[in-house]
Design a protein around this ligand. Structure first.
Ligand code: BES
Ligand code: MN
Ligand code: MN
Length: 443
């Protein structure tokens, strides 16, 4: 994907303007007039030389941070330069041209943006993360199984010198990850916990957990057809976590990183877990299954318990956890939950600045007790028929007791309608914001 960026060579100039450009010849003004270009926000005006070659591009300034994502579709193949182009410009321009080409050949030609070396270096790392996450989420579940997620983790992170330990199948029971086991046991591909460590052992400890439900049928509480169609993306949290880890390692940030991915398929078979079943968790709390479609919080619970043992300086989880989060905030802006107010305001500010928006929602105290079980310590779904994303956050927080700074992201990981810089399908959400947060806190 750095394919769409360069630092050298001849380039056609792009000029961002607030109004009609001044000092143009009558024929140039006529060209712009024929394109109805008036220098209004996001308008694009092309000036051709008499030999028919594209000579210059005018683009109406706008406050959309990803505005440059509008350009590739309007320009012929070639190399372009905008003086002062930022990393966000580069992400928009390049990210807009992403194609998922694993199953259908991409025949399009590249529009390349010429940028400074420092923008190139930063954008290339971020784009690698964006492309990794989009590719993983877009890959259907027949090729993105728990085993495939393990392979991708190895291929992506071993070259950085990471150490990977995988616990799978019945070993999950002997190693005390009962919830991961019981959610994933009905699949023909064994459930597993992927545990990655990297970095200097006495550096600040950052642990990232990602929900890796490779397909979510809903289990015995089977999803209706429309709800199931998108569920290859239910490993979006794992994809996000992997992408963030990859970016941190590429940048060689001085942190001790741990990445935990519970990878399972929520499948249907004779041995599938059932509504009303009661299972122990790694933490020792018993959980009654209210609905087998609330599977993500279960696999996260065991992974978070393990993460909490280290009491890391920062613990983050990413999960496509609830439909309720989409009802509240829609697909573009994932909610996050934390008890750490300082962290929340820092994260909130950074996320808007770098156009990776997230929004704090409250761990409203009064809703917490609704997750208590009647004949078990916890109910997986609780008794409150509202605030589904918040109560899921409370459920997860029952398993994090030692870590001071814990943030849970309820992400969508998917773009339902393309917009400049954001293509349809899998998307990296909240990871760039977390990267910037980690850099500002620890580096
Ligand atoms: N993976 C889904 C959540 C989801 C649905 C994310 C649609 C994005 C789009 C999750 O496992 C789930 O099914 N959650 C249920 C929980 C309910 C049964 C308590 C939900 O949100 O309906
Ligand atoms: Mn589900
Ligand atoms: Mn799910």
């Amino acid at each position: 994907m750095s394919l769409f960026l360069t630092t050298t060579g001849n380039a056609t100039l792009i000029f961002c303007v607030k109004d009609m450009p001044l000092n143009l010849s009558p024929s140039e003004l006529a060209q712009l007039a024929s394109q109805d270009f008036k220098g209004k926000p996001n308008q694009i005006g092309l000036i051709y030389a008499s030999n028919g070659a594209l000579e210059r591009v005018y683009f109406g300034k706008s406050d959309d941070l990803y505005a440059l994502g509008r350009l590739p579709a309007a320009l012929p193949a070639g190399v372009y330069e905008l003086t002062g182009a930022t990393t966000l410009d580069a992400l928009a321009f390049a990210g807009n041209q992403y194609k998922f080409s694993r199953y259908k050949k991409d025949t399009s030609t590249a529009r390349v943006l010429k940028v400074s070396q420092s923008v190139y270096d930063e954008a290339a790392v971020l784009l690698a993360g964006i492309v990794l996450a989009r590719d993983l989420v877009n890959t259907p579940a027949n090729d993105m199984t728990p085993a495939a997620l393990e392979s991708v983790s190895r291929e992506t992170l071993l070259p950085h010198g990471a150490v990977i330990k995988v616990t799978k199948g019945e070993d999950l029971l002997t190693e005390n990850f009962p919830l991961i086991y019981h959610v994933g046991k009905a699949s023909s591909v064994a459930p597993r916990l992927i545990d990655v460590t990297w970095g200097r052992s006495d550096a600040p400890k950052v642990t990232i957990v990602g929900k890796g439900v490779c397909f979510d049928t809903g289990g015995l509480n089977i999803k209706p057809d429309s709800g199931m169609l998108l569920m290859k993306k239910d490993m979006g949290g794992a994809a996000t976590a992997l992408a963030l880890a990859h970016m941190i390692m590429t940048l060689k940030l001085d942190v001790r990183l741990r990445l935990l991915i519970p990878a399972v398929e929520n499948a249907i078979a004779g041995n599938a877990f059932r509504p009303s079943d009661i299972y122990p968790s790694r933490k020792g709390l018993t959980v009654e299954i209210g609905n087998t479609d609330a599977e993500g919080r279960l696999v996260l619970a065991d992974a978070l318990t393990l993460a909490d043992d280290d009491a890391p300086d920062l613990l983050i989880d990413f999960a496509t956890l609830t439909g309720a989060a989409r009802v509240a905030l829609g697909p573009d802006i994932p909610p996050f939950y934390t008890h750490d107010d300082g962290l929340a305001s820092e994260l909130q500010a950074i996320s808007f600045k770098i156009n990776d928006p997230v929004w704090r929602m409250p761990l409203w105290k009064a809703y917490d007790s609704s997750m208590d079980g009647k004949i078990s310590d916890l109910s997986s779904t609780g008794s409150l028929p509202f605030a589904g994303s918040i109560t899921a956050g409370h459920f997860l927080n029952r398993f994090v007791t030692k870590t001071k700074s814990y943030v849970h992201f309820d992400i969508f990981a998917h773009v339902p309608v393309a917009s400049p810089g954001r293509t349809f399908g899998g998307e990296l959400q909240a990871a760039r914001a977390c990267l910037a947060l980690i850099q500002s806190k620890f580096c």
